[in-house]
Design a protein around this ligand. Structure first.
Ligand code: ZN
Length: 112
């Protein structure tokens, strides 16, 4: 899962470096507001924690898909048809990512 926010003046997206899985976790880490220093247009602005959005990390999806394919091929060679069950791994990872993105985006911190 990726967490990102954008610069209001040039609309460029910025990835927030954090391992927080929920908005309250991110709030604990960054506080209610944090300063975004735009490397694109040089503007510095205050961002509220609610301005952070989560989305699926495509690199993780591609990696899990690749891993799933390799695992399926290897297991299929050794165990036959039953090995193809590992093809479900990327699907499970995708589902898990989808639900954590949904959880993150649907939970808003009360603005003071
Ligand atoms: Zn900018």
């Amino acid at each position: 899962m990726l967490r990102y926010t954008y610069c209001t003046s040039c609309k460029k997206d910025f990835i927030i470096k954090s391992q927080a899985t929920t908005r309250p976790d991110l709030q604990m880490e960054k506080g209610d507001e944090f300063v975004l220093n735009c490397k694109n247009c040089g503007k510095t602005e205050k961002k509220h924690i609610n301005d952070v959005k989560a989305e699926i990390d495509n690199r993780l999806l591609i990696a899990s898909l690749a891993l799933g394919v390799i695992a399926t091929v290897v297991l299929w060679i050794y165990f036959g048809a039953i090995g193809t069950a590992s093809a479900i791994i990327p699907l499970l990872i995708w589902q898990q990512q989808m639900s954590s993105v949904k959880t993150f985006n649907s939970y808003m911190i009360k603005r003071k």
